[in-house]
Design a binder for this molecule. Sequence first.
Ligand SMILES: NC(=O)c1ccc[n+]([C@@H]2O[C@H](COP(=O)([O-])OP(=O)(O)OC[C@H]3O[C@@H](n4cnc5c(N)ncnc54)[C@H](O)[C@@H]3O)[C@@H](O)[C@H]2O)c1
Length: 334
Amino acid sequence: MSKILVTGGLGFIGSNFIRYILEKYSDVEIINLDAMKYGSNPKNLKEYEKDDRYTFIKGDISDYDLMKKIVKDVDILVNFAAETHVDRSISNPHSFLKSNVIGVFTILEAIRKYNPNIRFIQISTDEVYGDILKGSFKEEDRLKPSSPYSASKAAADMFVLAYVRTYNIDAIITRCTNNYGPFQFPEKLIPKTIIRASMNLKVPVYGTGKNIRDWIYVLDHCEAIDLIIKKGEKGEIYNISSNEEKTNLEVVKTILRLMNKDESLIEFVEDRPGHDLRYSLDSTKIRKELGWKPKYSFEDGIKMTINWYLNNKWWWKSIIDDKILHPTPWKLRW
Ligand SMILES: NC(=O)c1ccc[n+]([C@@H]2O[C@H](COP(=O)([O-])OP(=O)(O)OC[C@H]3O[C@@H](n4cnc5c(N)ncnc54)[C@H](O)[C@@H]3O)[C@@H](O)[C@H]2O)c1
């Protein structure tokens, strides 16, 4: 039986990953360590609270005394824990340095000293490469982060690579494109659009809405991570993408169409500073070397996601406060 420490497992992708693993494998034990910051939600994994295979610990990855105790006893560590909202990194960069850089450094130190044989998967992001107008980034391309968020993730990647080289730890980095699906915090584009449209409220779109992102259904990302744990090569970086590039405006219009809502709900708002125009990843490496490919098209994934939010109001109703009812540009968070 393998014992997996998942950090940041009460957030969007981490909770989907834990559910995916517990449903797929019976002989697995999961410890979920999460600092329970604003984006986390204990309701995400409520159904596993009484499952013997699942343990939750409230804690911070930058707490060395805690991390050194926990890493001793696990086989695999998958780190999702991070401050993740780009807009928040613009208004408050310091907390991003603490969780995303010091936090990963603390994990690496705990591994190096207390369990150097652990397999460590660092969940990074496509945003570390910066934007690209034509073509797609490969794993060896240089990093050119634009926001304090992506800079903090890039710094963490550098530490991970240095620890593989210097201390020979068994670490792997994944860089995935934009995820969507159930349990995503309502401040992000897709849940915000679905929730606000369902309430017939204006749907904010930054700038002209021409920014392009490549969207992946969260379970495709989870499957890729599972494969990387089993078959990934130490010290490697794997890009993960679905090749479903859409402008933000296309995403919003697709959601409105599928929800039978009028496009007049769209409201263009002041753009985010440093807003990357297009992200694009070349994911040939994981497809060729590990045999991964996405299962869900954007059209299917977005229908499933809309249905999930419409059928699970209990989940988001308590999260949204008046901030979501009064969207504002980046300066005021929403
Ligand atoms: N959402 C995306 O589209 C996307 C795409 C590529 C990569 N990623 C990466 O995937 C990871 C998860 O993203 P998400 O969208 O699920 O984020 P999220 O904000 O939903 O979840 C992050 C979780 O980490 C926890 N956390 C934050 N700081 C912590 C700390 N110091 N110690 C312990 N827990 C802490 C939070 O409480 C939260 O539960 C992040 O590392 C992010 O950079 C996300």
